[in-house]
Write a protein that binds this ligand. Structure first.
Ligand code: COA
Length: 388
């Protein structure tokens, strides 16, 4: 296997983007990443695109063909990858595997979702749960994560204030991110007193419904300096599966897929959690950000709320989490999220993250969850290759 480098990244603005179409979003992100990478058009061997549900959101299937055609890439192969909200990270992983194996030399891995064109996104998102046992019984994603939050509060004494603190940090970080959907500060009081969505989760405990796209260009590490002076290297790429339905879990306050994927990722990179300078984690709801911090090993089980309220996850804290603003405040266009997480880590490791920069960042991690944990992908990136 070859080491793999990231030589170009881009992300569109996330938000309710009425002036953009599905195809214009992915073309904007893909072509901007290609421009950032300095590759020539005929260097590109393949493209992988993460997308959860173009059929339900924009009534378009066969999107790989649409995208290659609209971006002017024909006859380069383009492939859609789907794993609900983890679709983007799986598209990234497919690109990494293709380059690492030597099958391709230069690929684009991208993600896109245009969610705001439907009147109600909730039923479409719910197709990522177990339809027979969850969605058809009335469960939605906010309600599933609300049950997880209730159990975490019961087991560990986590409070609504601690959940609100997670959202406050996210919005603060997003206020320094020009691509974020919600680039404004909030207070704990504002979060606690916002509309209740699914008890105990208020509006500010939820990621929004978003439009957006992101893209990354990968090549063999040995070729990276042909294109850029600041390649960022893939140190680990891991994926794991967990039960799709909550009722099949021994413990709903732990995502086994996160634990499994992260332990394998630390081993692959030859690192421990203490070596991670920043992480972009899957906070589709504030409680899931707290589970991520625990399951990735940043703190003891049950202490996620405490360390957030202590300020340890701020960009100047002991282990900065979601300097981009995360899904909560950067936005969460499902298929684009995993790629946007990786793009943020690349900007951080290049030292290009402006006011949200984590000082001296050398190694960053992404954790991207599909559904309530049926899929999890963990990637580790660094300024130096593994040399394996
Ligand atoms: N955080 C902060 N503000 C939000 C928000 C969020 N998550 N969602 C919407 N808003 C804001 C809007 O910008 C709007 O503000 P404005 O009045 O100043 O323009 C206001 O709240 C109302 O927006 P609206 O679109 O009517 O909200 P809604 O009530 O239809 O939707 C949620 C709110 C929380 C239900 C919706 O964002 C949601 O379903 N989120 C979860 C998405 C999800 O499940 N993703 C998959 C996770 S696995």
């Amino acid at each position: 296997m070859r080491d793999v480098a990231i030589i170009g990244v881009s992300q569109t603005k996330f938000g309710e983007l009425w002036d953009a179409s599905f195809r214009s979003l992915i073309a904007d992100a893909g072509l901007s990443a290609i421009e950032d990478s300095n590759i020539a058009g005929d260097d590109l061997d393949a493209m992988y695109v993460g997308n959860m549900s173009s059929g339900l959101f924009v009534n378009q299937e066969h999107i790989a063909s649409l995208i290659a055609d609209h971006m002017g890439l024909n006859p380069i192969p383009c492939t859609r990858v789907e794993a609900a909200c983890a679709s983007g990270s799986l598209a990234l992983r497919q690109g990494i595997l293709a380059v690492a194996s030597g099958y391709h030399d230069v690929v684009v891995s991208a993600g896109v979702e245009k969610m705001t064109d439907v009147v109600d996104a909730t039923p479409a998102i719910a197709t990522a749960s177990d339809i027979e046992w969850e969605a058809q019984q009335g469960a939605t994603f906010p309600s599933l994560y609300a049950m997880i939050a209730k159990r975490h509060m019961h087991e560990y004494g986590t409070t609504r204030e601690q959940l609100a603190e997670f959202a406050v940090v996210a919005h603060h970080n997003a206020s320094h991110n020009p691509r974020a959907q919600f680039p404004f500060e909030i207070t704990v009081d504002k979060a606690l007193n916002a509309t209740m969505v699914a008890d105990p989760l208020t509006l500010f405990d939820c990621s929004p419904v978003s439009d957006g796209a992101a893209a990354i260009v990968l090549c063999a590490a040995e070729d990276a300096h042909k294109y850029t002076d600041t390649p960022i290297y893939v140190k680990a790429s891991q994926q794991a599966s967990g039960t799709i339905a909550l009722h099949d879990r021994k413990d709903v306050t732990t995502l086994d897929a996160t634990k499994y994927a992260s332990q394998k990722a630390y081993k692959q990179a030859g690192l421990s959690v203490k070596d991670i300078d920043l992480a972009e984690v899957h906070d589709c709801f504030s409680i899931n950000g707290i589970l991520a911090i625990e399951d990735l090993g940043f703190c003891e089980k049950g202490q996620g709320g405490v360390v957030v309220a202590d300020g340890q996850t701020r960009t100047d804290g002991d282990f900065p989490i979601n300097p981009s603003g995360g899904l909560k405040a950067r936005g969460h266009p499902l298929g684009a999220t995993g790629i946007a997480q990786a793009a943020e880590v690349v900007w951080q490791l290049r030292g290009d993250a402006g006011k949200r920069q984590v000082e001296g960042a050398e190694v960053g991690l992404t954790q991207n969850v599909g559904g309530t944990g049926g899929t999890c992908a963990v990637h580790i990136f660094g300024r130096e290759p593994n040399n394996n």
